[in-house]
Design a protein around this ligand. Structure first.
Ligand SMILES: O=C(O)CCC(=O)C(=O)O
Length: 259
């Protein structure tokens, strides 16, 4: 039995453009969430070679300021699974995710990044308030990420917090602080932040200029999430050095635009 594709309603699409984000419940079915979590654990806790992945360990664990039982329990971020793993590859091309992204960005799409963002119990650190585009060498600054948790994301274990409509302020000044790169103080207030608790498998689609934040995980529960960030093939690479070849998802590519 084929299921009807999941898409944003007209109201949800209008809300995305107005607020900078949209939540889609039950985007990824539970059995797929479970399979992704199991596959992830094979990379982080043994069973599959992780040497081709880009792995970031929690800075406090790295510095010996926090202890974990196993190496995999201190991992903060894993990049590059869509390119090398067939399960994650299929996820990057998921009909529902890509269909919704195409509603937002149009049909010609490339993948900018794919990351597993892990907040292990007790040691998962905060991600300070930031916009993604100031980190990224892509113009115009209008990418869209699909972020979804593999565990229920709660205020206690580090669910997303967003500044609704903050993408309309354009790029805000960012400053380096220890272990992070965040919106400069005075350009927002935490009072404006809306927490977005989500069930595992629900998806948050958000604009690359939407300021967002996640708290440290002081709970006993994992908070694992996957972020897939897409761009229109009309975007340009605006960084230093040679432009990388970005993963092609669907549609046309254009001369002078991202390869
Ligand atoms: O998952 C997190 O804790 C932070 C995610 C984030 O900042 C992002 O996906 O841009």
């Amino acid at each position: 039995m084929s299921m009807a594709p999941i898409r944003l309603s007209e109201e949800q699409l209008a809300a995305y453009h107005r607020e900078g984000y949209a939540v889609v419940e039950d985007l990824i079915p539970p059995e797929k969430v479970q399979a992704l979590g199991e596959r992830l654990r094979e990379y982080t806790h043994g069973g599959r070679p992780a040497d081709r992945l880009r792995i970031q360990v929690e800075p406090r664990v790295q510095r010996g300021e926090a202890q974990v039982e196993e190496w995999g329990d201190g991992i903060r971020k894993v990049d590059g699974l869509v390119e090398g793993d067939e399960l994650f590859n299929a996820l990057g091309r998921d009909e529902n995710i890509v269909g919704i992204i195409a509603q937002i960005l149009g049909p010609d799409l490339k993948l900018f990044r794919n990351s597993l963002l892990l907040k292990p119990p007790q040691v998962g650190s905060q991600k300070g308030m930031h916009q993604d585009s100031p980190y990224w060498p892509i113009q115009p600054m209008a990418l869209c990420s699909c972020w979804f948790p593999l565990d229920d994301a709660t205020p206690q274990n580090g669910c997303m917090g967003v500044l609704p409509s903050g993408h309309l302020r354009g790029p805000l000044p960012h400053v380096r602080v220890p272990d992070d790169f965040v919106v400069e103080e005075g350009h927002y207030s935490f009072d404006e932040m809306l927490l977005v608790p989500m069930k595992a498998g629900s998806g948050l689609f958000f604009h690359s200029l939407l300021p967002h934040y996640t708290a440290p995980n002081n709970s006993a529960q994992w908070r694992r999430a996957i972020a897939l960030s897409y761009m229109s093939s009309f975007c340009r690479h605006a960084g230093d050095g040679e432009a990388p070849e970005y993963y092609h998802i669907q549609g046309r590519t254009f001369p002078g635009c991202v390869r």
